[in-house]
Structures are given as C-alpha cells and as structure tokens.
Design a protein around this ligand. Structure first.
Ligand SMILES: Cc1cc2nc3c(=O)[nH]c(=O)nc-3n(C[C@H](O)[C@H](O)[C@H](O)COP(=O)(O)OP(=O)(O)OC[C@H]3O[C@@H](n4cnc5c(N)ncnc54)[C@H](O)[C@@H]3O)c2cc1C
Ligand code: SF4
Ligand code: SF4
Length: 836
C-alpha cells in the first residue's frame, strides 16, 4: 500500500517538490495530495510583474493544466489547510475535507510583512504577492495618479517600476539610508539610486513612516521627521513573514522571529513533518529567494524517494540579479564583505558603473561581488564564485577587462561546476542535455534543464556553452535574437518587411513567444524604424532610455541636445541662435568630434521647449542618441584648402541630408575628406569618402572607439552619383543583414568572403538585390521626419517629458556648479575610476 504524502502549499517550491517526487519515481511509493490556498495552480511568482503588461496567467503557469492528473497527483485548490493533528496524523481543509498523512510537507511560503504604523486599513493600500493582489491594484489604480511603494529592496524597486509602467507617478520610500541595503553597499546604492531616478522613479531614503493619511481611502504618508508625501495609493513591499501560523498553532516548532525550524534534512521537530521554501527556518536563515527553496525541494524529494540514502541541505547562496529593464544590478556571495576579505572596486561615476569584487584575504578566491550599471560579467563571476575556482593572477581584470577575458572562465570549468544557481544546474547537466540531441536552441535547453528560468542571470553562459558545444559537434549554430524569437535579426527584418508587420506585439504574437525582453524589444523597434522610418517614439515602450527621450542621458540625470549641422557647416546667424538658446536654458556648450555643438545639462522637462526653439530657427534633431545615422564630418576641401581636389563639404552635406536619422543595427558615422591628407578622418568611419583627382574613393567598415578599425576600400575613383548609389546599397545591405548592436566593422569581419564578397554584392549585384536596396533607401529618404518636430507638435507625447506626472516641478536632485564661465553638473562622490 502507498504511503500518504500531503504537501501544504502549491507555490513555486511546493510545485518544484512535486516535480522532483515525480522525477525520482516517488509516485510509485506515495499517494500525493497537494493543498493550495490560491484559486489557481502554481505559477511563476518571480516574474509576477509581467502580469502588469500581458495580463496572461497562462504564460506564468509552471505546468500544463493536466500535469498533476497525468502524474497521478491530487491537487485541491482554494482549500487551505486550517487544522492539523500530528498525533492522529490528519489535516482538515477549509472545505472540511479530512486528509490522513504519513508524511507532511509545509511549503506555505510567506506573506508580505505589514509595518505597524496606523492607518493601513484604508482603501488604496495593497501588498504585492499574488495575481489577485495585482488585479486589485490595477483596478484601483485606474482612478489615481500617484503611488508610493514602501520598501526600497529588490521587490520594492520592481513594484515601483511596475507602477511607473502603469503610467503613474512612482515613489519609493525606504527607512534605511540606501536602496537594497541587504545586497548593496553605499557606493553601489548611490549609483543605483541615480539610475532608477533617471527612469522617472522618485526615491525617498531615511524616511520613517508615522502614519497613513486619509479618511476611508489612503491619501498619503506622514513621516516621523514631520514631512508628508502626497500620494493616493500605497504598495507595501517591506519584507516578508513566513506563513508558519498553522504549524505554530499545532505544535510544530517555529523560530523566535518566525519560520518553521528545520534541520539539514528539512525535518521539523515532529516525525515525518518537513518544511521547505520561504516558510523554512534553516540555521537561523529564512531565504526570500526561490533558488534556496528549489534546493530544499530537491533534497527532501530525494530523501523521501531513496530509502537508506540521504542528502543534506547546507544553506544557499543569496545571489540576485535585478530584473528591471534599463538598470543592471547584481549582487552575489558575501557582497557586503562581512568576512575578512580583500576588496577590489571599480567606480566610474561618469558612466554610472560600479563593480566590486570581494576576494579571499590571499586574493585567490572570489567570495562575493556587486555590479551596478553593467552586469554583463555577472554570470561569469557567479560561476567563479559558486565553483570556488582559482582566480587569475590579476583578478581586477575580471571587472575592467574585456568580456572575452571574462568568458574564458567557462571552458576551463569542470563538469560539476554550477552554472544556474536558481535551479541548481551544472555545466555537465547542460552539456548532457545538448549532447543527447534533445535541445538544439536556448529555449529547448531551458525547457529540458530548467536552467535560466529563475533570475535569468546565467542565460549568457548557457548560450555560450550551447554554441560552443554545437560548433564542436559540427552543427550549424543559429543566431536567434533571444529566447522569444527563433529567428536571427536578419530573418526578423525580412519577416517584418514581407508580412508588413508594424508593431512589436504583432511580431511577438505572429512569430515569437512570451512577452519579449530587453534584448528583443529594442531590436524589433530598430527593425521597424529602419523599414518604415516612423518616429522611434511610436515604439517608445520598447526603446532604450536614450531613444525614449530622444536625447542622451548624461551624468547627474541631465540630457544633451545635439542639433544637426550637416557637414559641420553653419552660418553666423545659426551660431548666434544656438548661443541664445543655450543662454536661455543655461546649457553648457561643447564642440563635438562630429563637428556639431553639444548643448549639455538640459532637464528632461525642458527638452520639448528647447527643441521647439531650435526647430523654429530651422534646426532639427541630430540623432545623437539613436542607433542611427549620426554625422558626416568634412574638411573644408577644394573651396578653401590649397590641397583640396574636390568639394568635400558640399558632398558631406548632401550625404548627411540624404541619410539623416536612418535607423540601423548600430550607430552609423561618416566623413568626407577633400584629398588624400584625410583631415576628416574618413577611414575611421562606417563609410568614408576621400577625394581623388578623378572623383571619390569609398571606404567601408571603419570606426573609432574601443576597438579602432580602419575602413577598407570598396570602390575607387567614383563619380558622385555612383558613389551615392553604392552608399545606398551598402547601408541598406548592412541594415538588412547585420545582427543587433553590430557595428559595420564587426559585421564586415563576420561576412563570409569579407570585403571581396561585399564588393561582389554592391558592385556586381551578386545577389540580384540592388534594385530592392536602392528602392528601400529611396523610400527611407522620402519619408524622413524630424523626431523633435514630431514631439513638439503632439501634446500627448510631450507629457512623457514631465518629471513628475501630475506636476510641473522639475527634478530637484540635479545640482550644478559654475566652471570656466559655464554651468556643469556637480562632481560625483570622489572615487574617480579607480581600481583599489
Ligand atoms: C513580485 C515578486 C518578485 C520576486 N522576484 C524574485 C526574484 O527575482 N528572485 C527570486 O529568487 N525570488 C523572487 N521572488 C520571491 C519568490 O517568488 C519566492 O522566493 C518563491 O515564490 C517562494 O516559493 P514558496 O513556494 O516557498 O512560496 P510561495 O510561492 O509564496 O507559495 C506558497 C503557497 O502556499 C500557499 N499557502 C499558504 N498557507 C497555506 C495553507 N495553510 N494551505 C494551503 N496553501 C497555503 C500560499 O497561498 C502560496 O500559494 C519574488 C517574489 C515576488 C512576490
Ligand atoms: S583633407 Fe585635403 S582638402 Fe581636406 S583639409 Fe585636409 S589637406 Fe585640405
Ligand atoms: S570618448 Fe565618448 S564616451 Fe568616452 S567620455 Fe568622451 S564622449 Fe564619453
């Protein structure tokens, strides 16, 4: 006869436990019943916020609707266990159902912690834990405009971003002096604060709340320091409390501050009763993350299914990666350096990047770390840390070196090295899954192994491993944009064009899956803008910050305004106008390397007014913010220069006006020099033209920046019309075929056959597509609109530039000083780009 196994709680960990019982053959031995309090089967709470955008529970469910039945598991939903007898070994549910058990598992999770100040019983106060919570919030939020989130931890910040995405003014109130105080140090937190503020969320630190204001409905918060925050809805995200009430009431031992006490085999003080997940108190720790719960679920399921053998749960790592779009934050291991350690920190206040490694005192092992502003190294660092790998002799290169140096860690790892800590998946597990032939793409690998389905931090490593292994097997490696699209950027471009797809939603519904991510959304936006030349603002919700605001965000949260000055030629009248506008808005002026004038220090809410003034005087956007055609630099050429053989300035102006604003996989720059002396540095550009006695030489695939490349000759001694024709074809071929964020130089390097092949395509029409390429370019040239003009003519679009949605106040946190006769932002805390 089978033993009776009852699980209380059908959340993430309860479900994982059931999966592991099935995997280890436990349904042969046990009759399994799961009790769920919520009205629906287990779903992915970690990605709960996605419900705000897609309202789809289906995409969050952790299993198909008949998974439990198929596996012989009885699932009772909307039936919380309400009483327990550990002597007669029975459970009673709220529906009066009586269940006997031999083994009982508590997987009851936790509930949001509610602080004790007065007034929280009003309408308009919410917690953030279940689908029902979100539905209530969304329905209430329809009638209000300002929302505060209480708590500046991981979940609080996620809630604040969700509030912002609902189009509400979003405030975060935190008692501590910094954000994410459990994961980040002061320096990291300061950078995170400024990044989140630049998204439009207002942060209030060191605020102790006294009471919630309002009669029957919530009207704001009053703080102990006497100040008041005028908001009309509150979301509480101030920590969690384990759901141990049932256990405690019926004789199971709980800790002094809550949580069911368990030992290393997840046993409670009552024989045959266990606890896992957020309700379990193990070695004085309650884990508020899913990965430890998954580890506990696996250990317990194994022990129950394997008599005579036992695994132990020895505690988990608290690594986390914040899931906010637009802010990279990760912290792992002993991030705050609580043990004796050697710290290495890299701070770059200008770019808003902070990276810290916490090393063992001898510098040989990684004990923890923090990444803010650039978390690309997270998965590699986490692997080094989790697997206690010996560090290279110059560990600082892990945070200041190039990604390829960081990546080298992967190949040398042993097969038992842990890659996904959320789901406890090793390198060997991933390799086995790939080698078995069961999964040949990232989505498949996730499905087979569950790796990458938690915080997602290990996905880049999974991807590298998958590609390496497929290459080693001699298989074709597909360059899918991301897990939401089984297509390369090039294929998506063709799909959008052929099918006439005009929105991201249409694209993901017809050719993708899920809701998209920070990789595919901007990629699709760029493709749509390249094809239809519509203002990028039409796809605003899926853009990077710079594109969202049509301006480059600068230090201290201000923006730059760069009007187009084709070929660098400008009349005295226009120079005066720029000066007057800069004076009016107190903007700092700087001549750029691209021969135009950068107006720096604008606050977000000033942008539409500045643009209006500029547009009225005949200026337009210079697209300095976009992955788009930027400038065409030129020398003075034959008009003024003794050596010049052609009029480089006139040609540069023609080119810049022709290609202005065209969206591409990456930024595009150009230059024209009037003779071989190359004063405009045309060979450092994506496409550059150098005058010859007979006409123009056209060079392609150059760039400056981190990895400078000289452009190579595509065609020599061209007349102006042929040169333009070749440029049309070259740009469109690049726009059609390059992968996202790939400059022309890298694209050319990856092109099989390199420059010879490109010449064959562009000059000899090897692919027979040149007529199409020219027609596509003609349509882009003919449909150009200035994106600034588009905003200043539309009051709705202008609303997006208000700092605070319901007031005209500007951002008070942006501070300036005067230097060399101009205004500039105050310095960041003194820690300039040091490795110490
Ligand atoms: C918005 C949000 C974002 C998050 N983001 C992350 C993240 O990025 N990374 C991360 O690691 N973690 C994150 N978490 C935390 C993660 O969701 C939890 O760690 C995880 O869900 C814990 O799983 P659990 O099964 O222990 O608890 P839960 O998922 O809470 O499940 C417990 C279940 O038990 C039910 N229950 C309680 N009492 C009873 C009873 N008496 N009878 C029957 N059923 C009962 C509850 O209703 C619930 O359905 C996030 C959480 C939220 C809310
Ligand atoms: S590139 Fe030639 S034409 Fe142009 S400024 Fe230099 S020397 Fe003169
Ligand atoms: S080189 Fe470019 S990115 Fe670097 S500081 Fe100067 S402007 Fe900024």
């Amino acid at each position: 006869m089978k033993r009776k196994l009852v699980v209380i709680g059908n959340g993430m960990v309860g479900h994982r436990f059931a999966e592991k019982i099935v995997e280890f053959g436990g349904t042969e031995k046990f009759e399994v019943t799961i009790l769920g309090e919520e009205p629906r089967r287990a779903y992915d709470r970690v990605h709960l916020s996605e419900y705000f955008t897609n309202r789809s529970v289906d995409s969050l469910y952790l299993s198909g609707s008949d998974w439990y039945r198929t596996n012989g598991i009885r699932l009772l939903l909307s039936q919380p266990a309400i009483s327990l007898d550990t002597v007669s070994r029975k459970i009673v549910t709220s529906a009066g159902t009586e269940l006997e058990f031999d083994e009982l598992v508590f997987a009851t999770g936790s509930s949001p912690f509610i602080p004790s100040f007065e007034g929280l019983d009003k309408e308009g106060v919410f917690v953030y834990r279940t689908i029902e919570d979100l539905e209530k919030m969304m329905s209430y939020a329809k009638g209000i405009s300002k929302v505060a989130v209480l708590g500046g931890g991981l979940l609080g910040l996620e809630a604040a971003k969700a509030v912002l995405d609902m189009g509400k003014e979003s405030h975060v109130v935190e008692f501590a002096s910094r954000l994410m105080p459990r994961q980040l140090d002061e320096a990291a937190s300061a950078i995170l604060k400024s990044k989140i503020e630049s998204l439009g969320v207002r942060i209030h630190l060191q605020k102790e709340t006294k009471r919630a204001l309002g009669e029957s409905s919530f009207q704001g918060l009053e703080f102990v320091d006497g100040s008041i925050l005028d908001v009309d809805m509150l979301v509480i995200s101030a920590g969690i409390r384990p759901r141990d009430e049932l256990a405690k009431n019926f004789g199971i031992e709980v800790g002094p501050r809550g949580g069911i006490q368990v030992d290393d085999e997840l046993r409670t003080n009552v024989y045959g009763v266990y606890a896992i997940g957020e309700v379990a108190l193990h070695k004085n720790m309650i884990y508020g993350l899913v990965a430890p719960g998954y580890e506990m679920a696996e250990v317990l399921a194994y022990n129950l299914c394997s008599p005579g053998k036992s695994k132990q749960y020895l505690g988990s790592d608290l690594s986390t990666k914040l899931k906010l779009i637009g802010v990279d934050v990760a912290s792992f291991g002993d991030a705050l350096g609580q043990e004796e350690h050697l710290p290495i920190a890299y701070t770059n206040p200008r770019t808003g990047v902070y990276k810290k490694l916490v090393l063992s005192p001898d510098g040989k092992k990684l004990r923890g770390g923090i990444l803010v502003g650039d978390a690309d190294a997270y998965s590699n660092l986490l692997t080094l840390y989790l697997n206690n790998v010996d560090l290279p002799s110059e560990p600082e290169r892990l945070i200041v070196g190039s990604p390829s140096e960081e990546n080298s860690a992967l190949g040398s790892l042993p097969d038992d090295a842990k890659i996904c800590s959320c789901n406890n998946v090793s390198k060997g597990d991933l390799l086995n899954a790939i080698r078995s032939g069961a999964c040949s793409d990232l989505g498949g690998l996730k499905d087979c192994t569950k790796a990458g389905t938690g915080c997602g931090g290990c996905v880049p490593q999974m991807n590298s491993l998958l590609k390496e292994e497929l290459r080693a097997q001699g298989k074709v490696v597909t360059e899918h944009v991301c897990e939401h699209f089984k297509y390369s950027r090039q294929e998506l471009f063709q799909i959008a064009k052929v099918k006439g797809i005009k929105t991201f939603d249409e694209m993901v519904r017809s050719h993708g899956m899920g809701n998209g991510c920070e990789v595919c959304k901007p990629a699709v936006a760029s493709i749509l803008a390249s094809i239809y030349n519509e203002p990028i603002q039409k796809h605003r919700e899926i853009q990077d910050t710079n594109d969202k605001y049509l301006a480059n965000i600068q230090r201290g949260g201000t923006y730059s305004v760069v009007p187009r000055i084709p070929g660098g030629e400008i009349t005295p009248e226009k120079l005066i106008v720029i000066g007057q506008i800069a004076k009016k808005y107190e903007l700092y002026c700087k001549i750029t390397g691209g021969q135009r004038i950068d107006l720096l220090g604008a606050k977000m809410d000033q942008l539409p007014d500045i643009w209006r003034d500029l547009v009225e005087e005949g200026f337009e956007s210079g697209h300095a913010y976009g992955k788009a055609m930027r400038t065409v630099k030129s020398c003075v050429g034959s008009t003024w220069c003794r050596y010049g053989v052609q009029d480089s300035t006139a040609f540069a102006i023609r080119i810049e006006e022709r290609y202005r604003g065209i969206r591409a996989p990456h930024k595009l720059k150009s230059a024209v020099s009037g003779c071989i002396r190359e004063c405009a540095e045309a060979r450092g550009k994506d496409f550059g033209i150098i005058a010859t006695e007979k006409g123009w030489n056209l060079y392609v695939g150059g760039n400056g920046g981190v990895n400078p490349k000289h452009a190579v000759l595509l065609a020599a001694d061209l007349d102006e019309e042929t040169c333009v024709k070749y440029m049309d074809r070259f740009i469109m071929f690049y726009v059609r075929t390059a992968d996202k964020l790939t400059r022309t130089s890298a694209w050319l390097e990856q092109l099989e056959g390199g420059i010879d092949y490109l010449k064959d395509v562009i000059i000899n029409d090897r692919l027979g597509i040149n007529k199409d390429l020219e027609a596509e370019m003609e349509s882009l040239v003919g449909s150009y609109v200035c994106e600034w003009k588009d905003v200043i003519e539309d009051p709705e679009k202008q609303k997006k530039y208000k700092h605070f949605i319901n007031s005209g106040d500007t951002d008070p946190t942006v501070l300036f000083i005067n230097e060399r006769g101009q205004k500039r932002p105050v310095d960041w805390p003194k820690k300039e780009a040091v490795v110490n």
